[in-house]
Design a protein. Sequence first.
Lengths: 117, 111
Amino acid sequence: AQTVTQSQPEMSVQEAETVTLSCTYDTSESNYYLFWYKQPPSRQMILVIRQEAYKQQNATENRFSVNFQKAAKSFSLKISDSQLGDTAMYFCAFMKATQGGSEKLVFGKGTKLTVNP
Amino acid sequence: DTGVSQDPRHKITKRGQNVTFRCDPISEHNRLYWYRQTLGQGPEFLTYFQNEAQLEKSRLLSDRFSAERPKGSFSTLEIQRTEQGDSAMYLCASTPIREQYFGPGTRLTVT
């Protein structure tokens, strides 16, 4: 079974600064996907960024980028130029790649990020 | 562009009562997932549908839980004889493949 560990229950950052959220995972699978989801207070979960395990290049989406270290099974999220709207719970998630079967997400416990003005 | 919707958003029930939640996925998405999220935890997988077929169920889904997706459209999750341990946020997600789009969830409180 796969497990996802987020070792930082809470973090804070000043507006406009950069913050990195950590995530490690354990799997014996060779083909999988990794995701970061954001869950703002009382709002629904939205996808921030996705990484395919077979790709060596780190994914980037505007101010969000990842550092994917496959051998170390590490998948950190870097948020640059933090904005007040980035305040949320951030969940790291693992998905085993299948051929048409269930691609359920396995989530970590989350990191609560607060961006301070 | 309508996203995933869930109804009701909040439900308070007494222990022992039955409750039913509804999820309306994005219309062209054939895959639908249910997750449960308790306080301070990440969501945990409950069950998966591809079209109308329920293809996977978690061991978390005891025999008091049942889910359906008639005609491959909306889905319902029913909990019979609710217990206080069922108190949680129930999330629905739909996808054509890979990226899952989540609904706002139904928060269940069992008193």
